[in-house]
Design a protein around this ligand. Structure first.
Ligand code: NAD
Length: 399
């Protein structure tokens, strides 16, 4: 994420005309041998191996957190208390207690005009934003179904034991990593809340994994050195140092009920062979239906059930016209956008929110805050409880 975020902050001033221009002031990390090169490559003026330096630096106004999940709370709370705006990666935290502390710190800081954001970047795909707008306009009417899945396949037995397989560091596996995104998408698109988890199942298929010998290696850096599509190569390139136990789920599925009466299904997996980054969501309402699939992210599918049956059918909308959110900032019509544009669109909207006034009013769809991150974390917690106890769990019981 260091690369995705650095790229986004660097691009905002080039593609948007932000009321506040981001300056890449300092990057914090752990490894002084690689930080200087990273800072130079991505345009950061300074670097430090102590994130606490950023809290103490008066020149720093916004802190962007892209570290493993167990460190989000400590860093975010310190920054909010120091009066810095914070944008934090998802899931908001590894545990509900951490997420609650972050939500509370953000509420307090907001009294002093300090803002918080969570990188639910898929909200900033133009097709997802259009779906949000169509739902808000009543185009699909009363909602019956939400069907969400986020399926990947990189987590097979040859993938080594990074922090992502350590419950103490990650909180959970596919659940917090992937379900967090689609829970947020479901909340964002419907404007409704999940009220009950009817049932859930969590499974760890690969219990023992090779340890990573190179302690500075991350899965993504290992993958860059090897190949991205061959998990076996990832494992080898990271270097093996004996096996250790994975303490997280490889997949979590759950069924939920929304406060407004719709039913919802969620499925997240890192071992869904054949699916690479299948982040998709479908909404079915009385008047119509919408479907988004990230692997075809420039398209929104829309079924208008008010059309005559004779010619009604799924419409494939290329969300690449100037009328679509953010698109006019980028390339000519149908010159498609990719993963990184969602981050840049979000970085641009964060700068608009911080500028306030007309810039903030022009943000096309709501930005996710720590309050949103906390609501998603409650759903993550409730569904894990449901899986653990084999019973339904009401969200009102998870605070
Ligand atoms: N929004 C998305 O699409 C998306 C995608 C991937 C990851 N993420 C999230 O981003 C976060 C990071 O994931 P990643 O895949 O980039 O992980 P990673 O392991 O590739 O990188 C984490 C980085 O954090 C650094 N780090 C660890 N502890 C630190 C500390 N105490 N102080 C300073 N730096 C520290 C590491 O050195 C490393 O450079 C996680 O919360 C993850 O869930 C989000």
């Amino acid at each position: 994420m260091g690369r995705a975020h650095s790229n986004a902050w660097g691009q905002v001033g080039r593609f948007f005309e932000p009321a506040l221009l981001p300056v890449l002031h300092s990057i914090a990390g752990r490894n002084k041998d690689t930080l200087a090169a990273f800072a130079q490559r991505w345009g950061w003026a300074h670097w430090t191996v102590r994130w606490q330096d950023l809290a103490a630096d008066r020149a720093v106004q916004l802190v962007d957190i892209g570290t493993p999940n167990d460190s989000h709370a400590e860093i975010a709370v310190a920054m909010l208390q120091a009066g810095k705006h914070v944008a934090c990666e998802k899931p908001l935290a590894g545990t509900l207690a951490h997420a609650r502390a972050m939500r509370d710190a953000a509420e307090l800081a907001a009294l002093r005009g300090v803002q918080s954001f969570v990188w639910f970047n898929y909200r900033r795909c133009p097709a997802v934003a259009l779906a949000h707008q169509l739902v808000a306009e009543g185009r699909i009417g009363k909602l019956h179904h939400v069907r969400a899945r986020y399926l990947q396949s990189w987590g097979g037995k040859d993938t080594p034991l990074s922090w992502r397989f350590d419950a103490a560091r990650a909180g959970s596996g596919a659940h917090g990593d992937l379900n967090a995104h689609i829970i947020d998408l479901a909340r964002f698109l419907t404007g409704d809340e999940i009220a009950v988890i009817h049932g859930a199942t969590a499974r760890t298929f690969v219990e023992q994994r090779e340890r990573i010998a190179d302690s500075a290696a991350t899965l993504s850096s290992a993958a860059r050195r090897g190949t991205r599509t061959q998990p076996a190569a990832r494992g080898r390139s990271a270097g093996a140092a004996g096996k250790g136990r994975s303490t997280v789920d490889d997949c979590v599925l759950f069924l939920a009920g929304m406060a407004g009466g719709a039913v919802a299904s969620f499925e997240a997996s890192r071992v869904a062979t054949g699916h690479l980054n299948d982040n998709s969501i479908e909404l079915n309402g009385e008047r119509g239906a919408l479907r988004f699939d990230f692997e075809d992210m420039n398209v929104l599918q829309y079924f208008d059930a008010t059309e005559p049956r004779r010619t009604a059918g799924w419409r494939r909308i290329m969300v690449t016209a100037g009328e679509h959110p953010w698109v006019s900032r980028w390339w000519p019509e149908a010159h498609v956008l990719g993963y990184e544009h969602g981050f840049t669109n979000m970085a641009a909207d964060i700068t608009a929110a911080l500028a306030g006034g007309a810039a903030a009013k022009a943000i096309p769809v709501p930005l996710p805050t720590f309050a949103d991150g906390y609501e998603t974390q409650r759903v993550l917690e409730a569904s894990m409880l449901a899986a653990h106890h084999g019973a339904a769990v009401k969200l009102s019981e998870v605070r």
